[in-house]
Ligand binder design. Structure first.
Ligand code: ZN
Length: 558
């Protein structure tokens, strides 16, 4: 069935409440592990039904925000979902406290129970008013960023439209674009400081109410850090500082020479080639077709995946009137299908959808028949391994997208991936410092950032830009406001993806098979265990980063 032909029926609130109450009662009344397990399967089947309708309404609304029917449905679910959440939390509590836990744990695995425990630890009803305020503050930050009106070259830009001028091959143009961006942030700096101050204090208060001394353990529980702690993350960052920062400096020096510049400034940060960064050669349609060709050639599994997506029309990627901006991957649980939403515009961001988002979707496709719903409950570092590794597995086909500049694309991809490691760690260390010292002043926070920049990005020169050189850069990084401690996930995932890149260079086929095994295992095991099981080093191993960078450097010499 094509996605657009799937019949839609609204989830009625009363029926939903009755069904959940009934399942909850049955679960508690069950007399054995087997009986509870049967109820649990029914619970997930029902949850899948609900979520499929909710997702359908969402993607149809996003596909045409002016459609009055789905506009109403979307508003309906916005109000229904918090109620659903209440039932889920109550049910999960019963599940966690089950007298037949050992039987259930056998069925669902340790990871699922550890996740349930973290969820219980991270929530209490008494936190709801603070959590509501937290959401409002995050929304305020997002609005402030989204509403940016930046005058540039006689027009008005928002931050995402300005993006392409930040990598413009004409240095004067990109310098001006950076200055305009800086002017915008300078104009809202005080407001952003204020929002952040309130967020940090709010989150700290939530943690104190639950008996923690700082927000860090609560933030970790909310990110479902089920197999590593802050101390391990700290040692990982130290590895990156020691092993990657010097190599990053060499990459910057090569880039400077390649660009033919006397010195690199902050406004040269994202440009890799004097003639401009590689851009796709075809239009949106051709990019999608190139994707099909690539996944056909890559493997049997990816070919089946892509044909499935095409047949069921699970790509809504072409821009059109009344379509919502942005992009994402989601799943329609009931028909076991991933769905990709995007707005192709003929830039390299479209290629990212085909490589990165399709990596997420491919994993969802591989695990679509998995009976234990909890196995699909991925933590973020794991999910990003699926997508970031796919970016490397698809590299041999970049000629289809970038023609003669495919090699430039691969160079840029490798260099930007390595340069990302210290940056990502810096974002993470900053947040640890912030939540360890929740009463710091606005200036102290900026000084912390400046101090970290000296350690992680020693070559960066802001050319005395008033906003960036006074420690304001982090206000651009939305994760710091929106999802505390969600960022190191990308760094951990990148260390794994780059290890796969090393492996595929010596034996593509065996690397691919290990990747498939990793993707299929999904969340059935802890991230750190699973990574080692498929033959990679856990990023937390003492010499993981050293070994990774050593192999990359040896290959670069050839
Ligand atoms: Zn992703």
């Amino acid at each position: 069935m094509k996605c657009k032909e799937i019949p839609y029926n609204r989830v009625e609130k009363e029926a939903m409440e009755q069904t959940f109450s009934k399942l909850h009662k049955q679960f508690i009344a069950a007399k054995s592990g087997e009986e509870q397990w049967k109820v649990h399967l029914q619970y997930h089947a029902y949850l899948d039904d609900i979520m499929t309708m909710c997702t359908l309404a969402g993607i149809r609304h996003d596909g045409n925000v002016e459609d009055p029917f789905y506009k109403k449905e979307q508003a309906y679910y916005d109000a229904l979902l918090p109620i659903l959440e209440k039932y889920k939390i109550a049910y999960e509590k019963a599940l966690y406290e089950s007298p037949y836990r050992s039987f259930l744990e056998e069925k669902m695995g340790q990871v699922a129970f550890r996740n349930l425990e973290l969820k219980q630890k991270a929530f209490h009803e008494s936190l709801i008013p603070l959590m509501q305020e937290e959401n409002e503050l995050v929304t305020k930050y997002c609005q402030c960023i989204a509403n940016a009106k930046i005058p540039f070259q006689g027009q008005i830009f928002n931050l995402s439209l300005l993006q392409k001028y930040l990598v413009h091959q004409n240095r004067e143009i990109r310098k001006e674009a950076y200055q305009k961006q800086s002017d915008f942030f300078q104009s809202v700096a005080e407001e952003l400081d204020e929002i952040y101050d309130r967020l940090v204090k709010n989150r700290t208060k939530q943690a104190e109410k639950l008996g923690y001394t700082t927000y860090i353990p609560l933030g970790y529980a909310r990110m479902r850090r089920n197999c590593y702690d802050a101390e391990m993350v700290k040692r990982f960052r130290e590895q990156v500082k020691r092993e990657v920062v010097p190599i990053a400096s060499k990459i910057q020096e090569n880039r400077r020479r390649r660009l033919g510049l006397e010195k690199l400034y902050y406004f040269d940060s994202d440009l890799y080639f004097a003639e401009g960064n590689p851009a796709p050669i075809g239009d949106a349609m051709q990019i999608l077709q190139a994707g099909e060709q690539m996944y056909h050639a890559l493997s049997k599994e990816t070919d089946t995946f892509f044909q499935f997506m095409k047949q069921h029309e699970l790509f809504d990627v072409f821009g059109r009137k009344n379509k919502r901006a942005g992009g994402y991957m989601t799943t329609l649980a009931n028909i076991h299908a991933p769905f990709i939403f995007a707005n192709f515009n003929g830039t390299s961001a479209d290629v990212d959808v085909i490589t990165h988002e399709c990596g997420h979707a491919f994993q969802a496709f591989l695990t679509r028949e998995v009976a234990v719903a909890e196995y699909r409950d991925l933590t973020m570092e794991m999910a990003e391994v699926h997508s970031m590794s796919m970016e490397f597995f698809t590299e041999p086909w970049m000629e289809l997208f970038f023609g003669e500049r495919a090699e430039d694309y691969r160079r840029m991809h490798l260099e930007s991936s390595i340069l990302f490691l210290p940056y990502g760690c810096m974002v993470d260390e900053f947040q640890h410092l912030i939540y360890e010292n929740p009463t710091s002043s606005k200036q102290e926070r900026k000084n912390m950032w400046l101090d970290l920049e000296k350690q992680y990005r020693p070559d960066l020169d802001y050319a005395k830009d008033p906003f960036f050189s006074s420690g304001g850069y982090w206000q651009k990084q939305g994760h710091i406001y929106q999802s505390p401690f969600y960022y190191i996930d990308y760094v951990l995932a990148m260390v794994c993806a780059l290890q796969w890149r090393n492996r595929m260079q010596s034996d593509y086929q065996s690397a691919w098979e290990a990747y498939i095994a990793f993707a299929k295992a999904s969340a059935s095991e802890f991230f750190t265990d699973l990574i080692e099981k498929v033959g990679l080093q856990s990023p937390f191993a003492e010499d993981a980063v050293h070994n990774l960078m050593h192999i990359i450097q040896e290959r670069e010499k050839k």
